[in-house]
Ligand binder design. Structure first.
Ligand SMILES: NC(=O)c1ccc[n+]([C@@H]2O[C@H](COP(=O)([O-])OP(=O)(O)OC[C@H]3O[C@@H](n4cnc5c(N)ncnc54)[C@H](OP(=O)(O)O)[C@@H]3O)[C@@H](O)[C@H]2O)c1
Length: 231
């Protein structure tokens, strides 16, 4: 059975990815910041016949990442998906730069995925698929970026850069890296009904892209439909 670890699974895209992988027969280690309040995820886990296991993880907290690693021990992980992310409206304008908000955004969106990947590198090495995916954003594309959303764009560009580098440095371990834009998705972050894609459709596409990952495409930046995105 394929084992998938996903971050930020209590709502939005992370919840949809968890549901879809469980339907497809995978065992999902579903991480979230506050399991006690993760009602939808707990319901999903209860009806999953043991396929979904919930674990606490705050990707901005090194102690939380260390606890997760301790709890997992040497358990092989086939697919690790760094999905958790944030976009704070107060860091979208060039008129006011709030250092604290910038640092939190960079910590959650760029540093967190690097720390989680680093902590679980050996678990991935022990897995049979050896796939590391980052849910990025087309906002992280420097050539495509419009104005606004400064901290978020910078954080996703940094995420892309780090993941691209890992695709090179960890190739000798056989680890393949996917850098994926999920589309404009109907989640809290995507802004609800105005967004183009449902979380379910995006999750299906992302899962397909991750399944198709191979050495020649490792480190590429593409969307959930497989369309390449310029850096
Ligand atoms: N929706 C879109 O249109 C869109 C477009 C491009 C990229 N993305 C990316 O897709 C990913 C998922 O976004 P979404 O649309 O599902 O957003 P969402 O509905 O706002 O969900 C964000 C998830 O990330 C979690 N999270 C935030 N900070 C965390 C932390 N420090 N530690 C652990 N989990 C944390 C949240 O948990 P809490 O409930 O505890 O806050 C929540 O589960 C993000 O990386 C986002 O940047 C989304």
């Amino acid at each position: 059975m394929t084992t998938v670890l996903i971050t930020g699974t209590n709502r939005g895209l992370g919840l949809a990815l968890t549901r879809r992988y469980a339907v497809e027969g995978a065992e999902v280690i579903a991480c979230c910041r506050d399991p006690a309040k993760a009602h939808a995820l707990k319901e999903l886990a209860a009806s999953s016949r043991g396929r979904v296991r919930i674990m606490q993880l705050d990707v901005a907290d090194e102690a939380s990442i260390a606890s997760l690693k301790l709890a997992l021990g040497d358990q092989p992980i086939d697919i690790l998906i760094n999905n958790a992310g944030m976009s704070d409206p107060s860091a979208r304008s060039a008129d006011r730069i709030e250092a604290e908000t910038w640092m939190t955004t960079l910590r959650v969106n760029a540093l967190g995925p690097m720390l989680v990947a680093h902590a679980l590198r050996d678990n991935l090495r022990r897995g049979s698929h050896k796939k590391l995916a980052a849910i990025s954003s087309n906002r992280g594309s420097t050539s495509r970026a419009g104005g606004g959303n400064y901290a978020y764009q910078a954080s996703k560009a940094a995420l892309n850069n780090g993941m691209r580098a890992l695709s090179r440095d960890w190739a000798s371990d056989g680890i393949l890296v996917g850098i994926l834009h999920p589309g404009w998705v109907r989640t809290d972050m995507g802004g609800g009904e105005v967004a183009f894609v449902s979380a379910e459709e995006s999750a299906r596409g992302l899962i397909r892209r991750i399944a198709e990952l191979m050495p020649t495409t490792s480190g590429a930046f593409q969307d959930y439909r497989g369309v390449a995105i310029r850096w």
